[in-house]
Design a protein around this ligand. Sequence first.
Ligand code: GTR
Length: 333
Amino acid sequence: MIKKCSIKKLTSALLLTGSIAATLTLAPLAHADWKGWNVHPAGYPVTVGIESFMKHVEKATDGRVSGRVYNGGILGDQNDAIQMLQVNGIQFAEFNLGPIGTMVPEVNVVSLPFIFKNESHMHRVMDGPVGKELAKAMAKQGIIALAWYDSGSRSFYNTKHPITKPADMKGMKFRVMNNELYVDMVKELGGNATPMAYSEVYQALKTGVVDGAENNWPSYDSSNHYEVAKYYSLTQHLILPEVLAVSKAAWNSLSPADQKAVRKAAQDSAVLERKLWAERVQKSRAKLLKAGVIVNEIKDKAAFQAKMKPVYAEAEKATPALTPLIKQIQETP
Ligand code: GTR
């Protein structure tokens, strides 16, 4: 009896030790520490959004996932970030959809100039079936899109003179984001374009390597480009969505419940970012007008739009999958 009892005790003691050992070895594996990329500085709507995302992820997963965002592009430029995400060198990032079109051609649909009627149209499209389709295409390339952020509309600015019609761009050199589609866009408008990393544009404008660039009010402000290129012409030729994404490897390592929590944290952060975005546009605009930026409205954008036909034709020829997507966007009320 005594013998039996001690064997039982010994067995349960061993079982206990075994489970402690299992917990000890499994615990570090179950905890993920994520590294995140963002090009913007502290306080920028995107930065506040992505930081709030990570905070909520930590809370909602009871600390099973924690992470840190590296702001200001210190881990590299946008192209580096996309590649790092694809190989799980970083686990999450927020970036513009523009350059993603070079590796996920369907995504080029958002880079077609004047494709969206206005910003709320872009939101309706991205929050609907087109957004889902683009997310599916991105997932095939290892990028899991969780939520669409806002980045308003982009307009041209330059160091020389106001642009009121395409002919005003003749012979001028513009920096564009990394995507041949933007090179074509500027060429059709009469200028020349050079793809360049965002971090290099200030110096390029200052030294005359380029005469201009294009961006939204908040980035024109936070990058200080307005200090060196004061003519801001409201062409609003691109309304580009941005994405909060995680790497496929990071995503696949989560339990279904944690995936749900992470997606929700991303979508909540997008609601916050979009609200902050609208406020920031007004703030940046007011600040730069005060700083002496010379802004001109373009009442009739038809002359710019008409020049974009070959850009659409070329893009659709290269990627036939764009044609039905264009139709879907145009038919979205
Ligand atoms: C900003 C955008 C960045 C980056 C940048 C650029 O508006 O938020 O992600 O794309 O423009 O022009 O490179």
